[in-house]
Design a binder for this molecule. Structure first.
Ligand code: ZN
Length: 167
């Protein structure tokens, strides 16, 4: 049940039921909402990122060990302004999962600043223009920027770590 619903999230359109399911997983109260099972490194990174954003109205829910679609290691959803959910494929902390988490936090920053907005029907806009998903992933400006943000925060928070999937 959960598996098929989460697959629908990443495969495109989100219907009413799917939106409702995401809403049930998300805590809209301001704060960082993480399950007790979240790996310690992910707790550390998320806590530091929440502090870095420094907005007491911000609500971020992190859910891990989510069976996302093939090749997808993380997804961030816009629930409403100030309320976001990060879904991670990974059950444990690894260099890749840590980087993915920071990349998804990059999307949180983009959404919170209003640069990246997810509409009700999964119609996304980037800096006011319609998002064109026919652009290859590696050339999408919001993905390039999310990797830059992940690079920056990885260096800031884990200076011993040099993982970058694109290089
Ligand atoms: Zn991304």
């Amino acid at each position: 049940m959960v598996f098929s619903i989460l697959l629908m999230i990443v495969s495109g359109s989100r219907d009413y039921q799917t939106n409702k399911m995401i809403k049930n997983l998300v805590d809209e109260q301001p704060g960082l909402h993480i399950p007790p099972s979240l790996p310690g490194t992910h707790v550390y990174l998320s806590t530091q990122m929440y502090k870095w954003v420094n907005d007491t109205n911000l609500s971020v829910t992190v859910i891990h060990d989510v069976p996302l679609g093939y090749g997808i290691s993380g997804v961030t959803h816009y629930i409403k302004h100030g309320t976001y959910v990060i879904l991670l494929r990974w059950p444990t902390s690894t260099p890749q999962s840590d980087y993915t988490l920071l990349h998804e936090w990059g999307h949180v920053l983009q959404m919170h600043s209003g640069d990246l907005i997810e509409g009700r029907n999964s119609d996304w806009t980037w800096k006011g223009g319609d998002v064109d998903f026919s652009i290859p992933w590696a050339l999408r400006p919001w993905e390039i920027q999310a990797d830059s943000l992940a690079d920056y925060h990885q260096l800031r928070l884990m200076p011993w770590r040099q993982y970058d999937p694109l290089r």
